[in-house]
Design a binder for this molecule. Structure first.
Ligand code: UD1
Ligand code: CA
Length: 610
């Protein structure tokens, strides 16, 4: 038998019927998102890694929602749903699957919908162990958490063979001292499982049908039982509370970040960087602190993102693009080497290569009913504080003056220069003069009304009506020279470019010579000290902070044992830790919990315990 055949399961059953009461949320537990996708999506990935013939998801509480979400994830064809109503325990959950499983379901792996951190490698090792050492029996995943309270305990005989599992609430004081626990994940011989399930009894402390009793039945029938001890405790995280959810998120986030780091993406501060599952980022890209990149965004090579940037669904940064602080990009292509470095909202847009989006630019995409597109050509220069009301197009090489309000459907032609409120085409401007004006960053006579508050940070941008400049003493009284009155007369543009690097002040006293303009913008937060380092990474993960589920009655199947959380062992600094494992499958022996090291680890633990 080849390795791949050995590692395949016949059936995978995902238990997801429980209530999840301790989440204190109306949303079904397995639909809570972690790194951009629901818990159940992570577990479906685990199942798919085993290449089973069938995947059965047991649903109950919020079942219709769960089913819908799984279909939306694109697994509708692959998954069969079985309703468990009422929920009478984990054994009962498997019993209701019997019609789907049939007489010979093949090796049957049981997973929990609330355990997103298990690595596929670990499950492959579990299945391989079952095939190699317990082909007529089962393999069970165990762990030695710092706090075993709440878990079922693994019972072993004097020869250290596993002979049973006793639930926390059925355990004697002596049994409660056992530190090896059941994680609830198993690989069963299918025929043995199908034969044992109907015989389960519910005579126990919780009046439930325990799946764990199948193990004792296997032992009685002299079927082999092998334990596989989990090496990396984080993998065993079961989400029962929002604190657990935060902890699972961090464990998975770290894996995502590690993968990007391995791929040549520079991440200055992993602790303050949020990158969802499935985001592609090209090598050579730099992600600066406090950046959020959501699922459905895509970043090319040699880009720069952040600090304090947010890329949302549909944001596509082509190679060399730069998105700086307090810029939000949603459903917008940012062309190669285009830049938006400060304070902008770019929604539903398309920005051509080498365009420059000035500070404070808004793509006003929403009219209250519908979202509309803003399309910019290549080498467009959008002056600071421009609002471009969609739908709109701005042609190649066009320019908007600082503070311009480009009303919808203005459809600025290639090379044109538009300024003012509402923005109007500036006569006499050609593409080439626009480019030179922009490039020079000269301030200009403004053919436009002043905007309230504009004058403070955009001195060059508060010009007057043609000819009216000097007679508007209130506009920018403190900026003599900034409000020339000759529209179109000067070689320059209104307020163009206080924030443009290299913008040379050709007019003394005009915009570019206002060094305070950029940094004084409200909310220029890079100086906010609270943002990054103080993120409360460890708060929810204090060991001992877990309630031991008092009051979680037998009627609450979702009320899981309070899993001890290994607070201090959270790999906060993992990316830089020597020996910290790459999360790439196939990266070899240094993977925590990777297949080869699991069975061996289990053995040595066993020896240690005996
Ligand atoms: C179970 C195990 C226990 C193990 C623990 C690990 C049994 C009897 N006990 O505990 O040995 O240490 O998992 O977390 O199996 N579920 C259903 N239908 C039900 C009951 C549960 O679908 O009727 C689902 C839940 O949604 C959850 C999973 O099964 O995803 C486990 O249920 P939970 O109540 O958390 O586990 P326990 O029975 O406490
Ligand atoms: Ca649980």
């Amino acid at each position: 038998m080849s390795t791949s055949q050995k590692s395949r399961a016949g059936s995978v059953v995902i238990l997801a019927a429980g209530h999840g009461k301790r989440m204190k949320s109306a949303k079904p537990k397995v639909l809570h998102p972690v790194c951009g996708r629901p818990l159940i999506a992570w577990v479906l990935d685990q199942a798919l890694a085993l290449e089973p013939e069938r995947i059965v998801v047991v649903i109950g509480h919020g079942g219709a929602e769960v089913e819908k979400a799984v279909r939306e994830l694109g697994h509708g064809d692959r998954v069969r749903f079985v309703r468990q109503e009422p929920q009478l325990g984990t054994g009962h959950a498997l019993q209701v699957c019997l019609p789907e499983l049939g007489a010979n379901p093949g090796v049957t792996v049981v997973l929990y919908g609330d355990m997103p951190c298990l690595r596929p490698e670990t499950l492959l090792a579990l299945v391989a162990t079952q095939a190699e050492s317990a082909a007529n029996g089962m393999a069970i995943l165990t762990a030695m958490p710092a706090e075993p309270r709440g878990f079922g305990r693994i019972l072993r005989n004097e020869k250290d063979a596993v002979i049973g599992i006793v639930e926390d609430r059925d355990a004697s004081a002596e049994q409660k001292l056992i530190d090896e626990v059941n994680l609830g994940v198993y690989a069963f011989d299918g025929q043995g499982l199908v034969a044992a399930l109907p015989k389960l009894s519910n005579k126990n402390a919780q009046g439930e049908y325990y799946l764990t009793d199948v193990l004792a039945a296997f032992v009685a029938e002299r079927r082999a039982v092998e334990a596989v001890l989990l090496e990396d405790e984080d993998e065993g995280l079961g989400v029962n509370t929002l604190a657990h959810l935060a902890e699972a998120r961090w464990a998975l986030q770290l894996r995502i970040l590690e993968t990007h780091l391995e791929n040549g993406v520079y991440i200055e501060d992993p602790a303050s960087t949020y990158i969802d599952h499935g985001v592609e980022i090209g090598a050579g890209t730099r992600i600066l602190p406090c950046t959020v990149i959501r699922a459905g965004a895509k970043v090319g090579r040699d880009c720069e993102v952040g600090p304090f940037a947010q890329l949302r669904v549909g944001a596509v940064l082509e190679d060399g693009a730069e998105i700086g602080n307090f810029v939000e990009v949603k459903n917008t292509r940012v062309g190669s080497h285009a830049k938006a470095k400060h304070l902008a909202y770019l929604g539903d847009g398309d920005i051509g290569a080498r365009s420059n989006i000035g500070a404070g630019t808004i793509f006003a995409n929403y009219d209250g009913v519908k979202k509309h597109k803003t399309k910019l050509g290549e080498r467009v220069f959008v002056g600071s504080g421009s609002v471009i009301v969609a739908p709109n197009t701005i042609g190649d090489g066009a320019t908007t003056g600082a503070g311009a309000i480009v009303t919808r459907d203005s459809n600025v032609g290639a090379g044109e220069v538009w300024v003012g409120v509402p923005a109007k085409k500036l006569a006499g401007k050609s593409a080439s003069s626009a480019r030179s004006a922009t490039g020079a960053g000269e301030s200009s006579p403004g053919a436009r009304k002043s905007l309230p508050g504009d004058g403070k940070s955009q001195p060059g941008a508060v010009p007057s009506q043609p000819g009216a400049g000097p007679s508007q003493p209130g506009a920018v009284p403190s900026q003599p020279g900034a409000v020339p009155s000759q529209p179109g007369a000067g070689p320059s543009l209104p307020g163009a470019g206080p924030f443009q690097p290299g913008a040379g002040p050709s007019q003394p006293g005009a915009g570019p010579s206002q060094p305070g303009a950029g940094p004084s913008l409200p909310g220029a937060g890079p100086s906010d000290p609270g943002a990054g380092p103080s993120l409360p990474r460890s708060a929810p993960f204090q060991p001992g902070s877990e309630p031991s589920q008092p009051g979680a009655g037998p009627s609450d199947p979702g009320a899981a044992p309070s899993q001890p959380r290994a607070g201090p062992s959270l790999p906060r600094s993992a990316p830089s830790q020597p020996g910290s494992a790459p999360s790439q499958p196939g990266a070899g022996p240094s993977l925590p919990g990777a297949a080869p090291s699991l069975p061996g680890a289990g053995q040595s633990e066993t020896e240690r315990r005996s």
